[in-house]
Design a protein around this ligand. Structure first.
Ligand code: ZN
Length: 330
């Protein structure tokens, strides 16, 4: 199923190389641009990623007229992201602008509860803003929590609550059941019936489960969960350089598996992998999309499926210790 992803030819570690003054232009040009990015010293690369995120914002904003309430694939996410980017720039006027745009979003009665296109997605945007701009940035809202679909997602949410000992046992056993039923490749089936080992997506497959396992390792302090998370990350490294850019089922989302493991373990060996996925996007995503070798997303400017997600990852890469998968990792 290699038509779903690019063969990952990148090394899992590339030494940083400072630009040597006086190097011949010609010599520089010959070097592969991706390789050059991968060896760029982190402060310079971080600046580049930040710049790219801000440029993407210019493309995303005029195009964000989708389903209003959705953080993940619509305007709520774009406004929330705009406000946080403006905060990073120190531009209070733009922070107010995006917050006002956000407040104008109406969550109608007919909006479904689900996370991707529904009111839970709106609630996440609200949490995201208050977390990044300070509590009270957006006044409290009457939000109704729906149920995230998928076992891994449900377990993740459960583990954020204080659970009674019997529920803790159930959660732990269910996690072990998931691990025992993974494919021999290390990837995870999308459900009991669909056991084709094809998808390495946050929404279906190893990446989403990896984030849940990282959380489980934290909650239960159980090595088995951490090892399973690392196994899942290995699948993501091998088969996760997807032909899609977004967060939900694209390269941007998959990069968060390495960032999550880095945060959990403090092991810096995970960082170059996240970096490699981000550099791959920065270097060639736009070109591959224009050549139709990569899918720009059904909602091409959105946070979850489109280049909005890529901008989000780029910004997070400037501060990887605090990076969190949007609308999922708290
Ligand atoms: Zn998806």
């Amino acid at each position: 199923m290699t038509d779903r992803y690019f063969e990952n030819f990148m090394l899992d570690f590339v030494e940083e190389k400072a630009k040597v003054a006086g190097i011949e232009e010609e010599e520089e040009k010959e070097e592969d641009s991706l390789l050059k990015l991968l060896s760029t010293p982190y402060p310079t690369l971080s600046e580049k990623l930040k710049r790219a995120a801000l440029d993407l914002k210019e493309t995303v904003l005029p195009s964000s007229h989708y389903v209003d309430v959705s953080f993940l694939s619509g305007r709520a996410g774009v406004c929330a992201l705009g406000a946080v980017v403006a905060k990073h720039q120190g531009n209070e006027q733009m922070v107010d602008y995006y917050l006002n745009q956000f407040k104008k979003i109406k969550v109608g009665e007919d909006v479904p509860d689900e996370i991707i296109r529904g009111r839970v997605g709106y609630l996440w945007a609200y949490l995201f803003l208050n977390k990044n701009l300070g509590d009270g940035a957006i006044p409290s809202t009457h939000s109704i929590l729906g149920v995230p679909h998928g076992l891994a997602g449900i377990l993740y949410v459960l583990m954020n609550f204080e659970l009674t000992p019997d529920v803790l046992v159930d959660v732990k056993e269910t996690l072990k059941y998931m691990i025992n039923n993974r494919f021999s490749s290390g990837n995870y089936p999308r459900d009991e019936d669909k056991r084709n080992d094809e998808l390495v997506y946050w929404c279906h497959g190893a990446p989403g489960v990896a984030l849940t396992l990282v959380k489980a390792a934290k909650v239960f302090k159980d090595k088995e969960f951490l090892e399973a998370a690392e196994d899942a990350a290995e699948v993501v490294w091998k088969r996760g350089l997807l032909k899609k850019v977004g967060i939900c089922h694209g390269i941007s989302g998959n990069a968060y598996v390495f960032l999550s493991l880095y945060r959990m373990t403090g092991n810096v060996e995970f960082l170059p992998k996240a970096n490699a996925f981000a550099c791959f996007l920065l270097d060639r995503a736009q070109k591959l999309i224009s050549e139709c070798q990569m899918h720009g997303g059904d909602t091409p400017y959105s946070l979850f499926e489109g280049i909005g997600g890529m901008a989000y990852l780029f910004l997070d890469m400037t501060d990887p210790a605090n990076a969190r998968f949007p609308a999922h990792e708290l």
